[in-house]
Design a protein around this ligand. Sequence first.
Ligand code: SAH
Ligand code: SF4
Length: 367
Amino acid sequence: MTELRPNIKDFEPAALRERLKQEGLPGYRADQIVGWLYARGVEDWEEMTDLGQDLRRTLADMFETRALELETVQHSIDGTSKGTLRARDGAVLEAVVIPEEDRTTLCVSTQVGCPLACSFCATGAMGLTRNLTTGEILDQFIRMREALPEGRSITNLVFMGMGEPLLNLPNVIPAVRTLVDPKAFGIAPRRVTVSTSGVVPRIAELLEEVPVNLAVSLHAATDEVRDVLVPLNKKFPLSELLGALRKLPRLSRRHPIFFEYTLMEGVNDSVADARRLLKILAGIPAKLNVIPMNAHPDAPYRPPSAEVASRFMGVLVRGGMVSTLRRARGSDIDAACGQLALREAHDQLSRKAEIGDPTEAPTKPAA
Ligand code: SAH
Ligand code: SF4
């Protein structure tokens, strides 16, 4: 196997400065390179005209610049687009762009698959292939930016694609630092949100390193239900998760925690569930995003009726919770939350299900 050169995008700006210093190069060179790579999206060393020919050659010998290639882009009737991207080792992943009136949000993946096996999530049914590198996280931004129509730019970023970001912090943190660096992508930290299903010991670590918004995938107000939906809850139950969140510094109404709650018919959509939710979240500055389940073949759940969803929302709103019922975006192209799984993997899974492979079947809930 030929040895791959390191990818330059795996170095956050400060680390690149250090690396170049070892080569006897001054810090401003790193700033120039960062500007070309991220602000301008140039990856061909020959186009970095202020670097000088010798330096361009040296750098080309030292570093790769591209981590991902865009394979296909699918467009939803609601404007959402999903990119399928291929890494150098052949791994395939997905990223989604969601245009809205006042913003354009990019949803990035942090792992190929996910090891946490939430029973309602298509990515979870794939298992984990591997963590994404920093360069692969950043290239989702660059490749999807290149595919945007003229005049649109990505304004917001959510780490809500495939995978659990908090199980890949050594690559996620440098990616966030590059995203918010004014010389690189220059995205305001308040426009970056990292979502976790509740890897409790890593939450404080993330927020100490980077000032992003935190989203927590809650989905249930009791351990009994959450154990089935999010198996990680058996390791870090609600009391531990919410206890750790209450201890976070800098929480306020202006800096709340965003909770995600996927509404599933007959599972977590009752008035009693909504009341319990108000009770367990009392005292935590919170915003609750309620998302009707996006149905897919790997999960036995459905969204509730509109009446049941609005009854649930009514209890929350009357209880003083800031909550929104989100409509699904991009579900016609399998781009909505929890639908990201590669078509190939899907087909393999359903074939296995047909021939009844018990070891590979996704965990089905008892209820
Ligand atoms: N692993 C992280 C980041 C992925 S975010 C996490 O779980 O938070 C993806 C979001 O979509 C999570 O809130 C997840 O719980 C939710 N989700 C997963 N499957 C879904 C589905 N089928 N319908 C609606 N939301 C889903
Ligand atoms: Fe992983 Fe998040 Fe899907 Fe759970 S919901 S399996 S943590 S990607």
